[in-house]
Design a protein around this ligand. Structure first.
Ligand SMILES: NC(=O)c1ccc[n+]([C@@H]2O[C@H](COP(=O)([O-])OP(=O)(O)OC[C@H]3O[C@@H](n4cnc5c(N)ncnc54)[C@H](OP(=O)(O)O)[C@@H]3O)[C@@H](O)[C@H]2O)c1
Length: 213
């Protein structure tokens, strides 16, 4: 599959490594320009190249966005129709600045992103796993229920299935938390599943407990 990656830091670069290892093709971008990504794409090999955010967006059947949330309004606003977008961003006010609509709980970071990327098929995902765990804990030899969980939420069930398959390709198991609004909320920093080392089987139990509480 063709995957565009916007953000080449802790999460974006490690996701690129995993996707390439699983025989996907990536175009990866950052804010400083493709030339600054030469060492990374050299390491990634023939299935990777560097581009601008627009080029990553155009290349990807799936576009993986992993930037500090406070910079979401720097992303291009056009060309997103029908693109499956993985939103791995989290809201950290100390880093991102206060965002009143998130502070009040009236919306979620993914819904905010969606307003900026009209037509995108957003799947919240990869935001609850620490990058060192993303880098090291995937294991395709394990049955799904014993793999580390990566949580996903979306209003688009087809997009969710595509992202779940990608997650399985890189050795994790996708665990569905529901629609973007409610599911997305249950994946935010500070929730019981955030940055917890849970297998898919344990994750299902944890989500059931949270639903009862
Ligand atoms: N770190 C984690 O373990 C972790 C885990 C789950 C989720 N997250 C979330 O994932 C996101 C990324 O985290 P990270 O730790 O990977 O951050 P990071 O290491 O600071 O990397 C951020 C990346 O975003 C790029 N970027 C910034 N503005 C951009 C723009 N306008 N267009 C294109 N690229 C842009 C930066 O490029 P330049 O370097 O060129 O500026 C950099 O490559 C955050 O929202 C974070 O909360 C992080």
């Amino acid at each position: 599959m063709k995957i565009g990656i916007i953000g080449a830091g802790n999460i974006g670069a490690n996701a690129a490594r995993l996707f390439v290892k699983a025989a996907h093709q990536v175009v990866i971008s950052n804010s400083r320009g493709p030339q600054t990504l030469e060492p990374l794409v050299e390491e990634l090999g023939d299935n990777a190249s560097a581009g601008t955010a627009e080029q990553a967006r155009d290349f990807g059947d799936v576009v993986f966005i992993s930037i500090p949330l406070g910079k979401y309004d720097q992303l291009p606003t056009n060309g997103w129709e029908e693109k499956i977008v993985i939103d791995s961003n989290n809201y950290y006010p100390d880093r991102d600045g206060q965002m009143s609509e998130l502070d009040s709980g009236s919306t979620t970071s993914s819904e905010l992103l969606l307003q900026h990327l009209p037509g995108a098929r957003i799947v919240k995902g990869f935001n609850t796993i620490w990058f060192e765990h993303l880098r090291s804990q995937g294991d395709t030899s394990l049955p799904l229920e014993k793999r580390r969980a990566i949580f996903i939420a979306s209003d688009d069930s087809e997009a969710k299935a595509v992202v779940a398959a990608l997650i399985e390709d890189i050795g994790f198991a996708a665990v569905d938390t529901g629609f973007l609004a409610m599911g997305g909320k249950s994946q935010q920093p500070g929730t019981p599943i955030y940055n917890k080392e849970l297998t898919a089987a344990e994750a299902a139990i944890e989500l059931a407990k949270s639903a009862k509480a």
